[in-house]
Design a protein around this ligand. Sequence first.
Ligand code: SF4
Ligand code: SF4
Length: 192
Amino acid sequence: MARTGVKRSNWIGRVLLVDLLAGLRLTLGYMVSKTVTHHYPDYEKWVPYQRHRGHHFIKTNEEGEVNCVACELCSKICPCDCITVIPFENEKGDRRPKVFDINLARCLYCGLCEDACPADAIKLGQEYEVATHHRGTLVVHLEDLVKAPGKAGNGGVVRPATLDRNGGLRSVTRTRPKDAGLDWWSRIRRER
Ligand code: SF4
Ligand code: SF4
């Protein structure tokens, strides 16, 4: 009896073109909804959430000295063996890194180096554009890590950006007056 009921409803559905109409309704809904396409990298750039683990940076203190005490814990804990630290003692008798290199081609952005650091020196930031044509440039040095962008004030937003064609093909975010980032979620077509 139940099987007969299902067969009848399938037959009625076919006659009334229910599936076709449901498909057309979905297609037309997308045609009139807002676009969610990112104009990346020329006009917009996604800023990931603060918890994102991207390009590393090294923090400095008020005197401009790196927080790193060259203890090598990050290098020892790194599962990819991609951190090289060579310590030296400065004129104040403080231990500091003479060499601090990270091979980003090997890094898997696990964040263990950040967790192990006792001096709150190394962090993983929100920068993710590390693509390059030259493998050698993926080995970043102490000065690169000090200059690397730190944590952005916010995340989970799309910001106006411009592709920096001369500076390593990266998309650089622009700030407009009163720009607090575009709310990405308001641009999603429909709630799921
Ligand atoms: S994020 Fe992980 S793989 Fe990358 S340098 Fe740190 S410990 Fe090594
Ligand atoms: S970044 Fe932190 S864990 Fe790594 S050598 Fe410096 S102080 Fe030690």
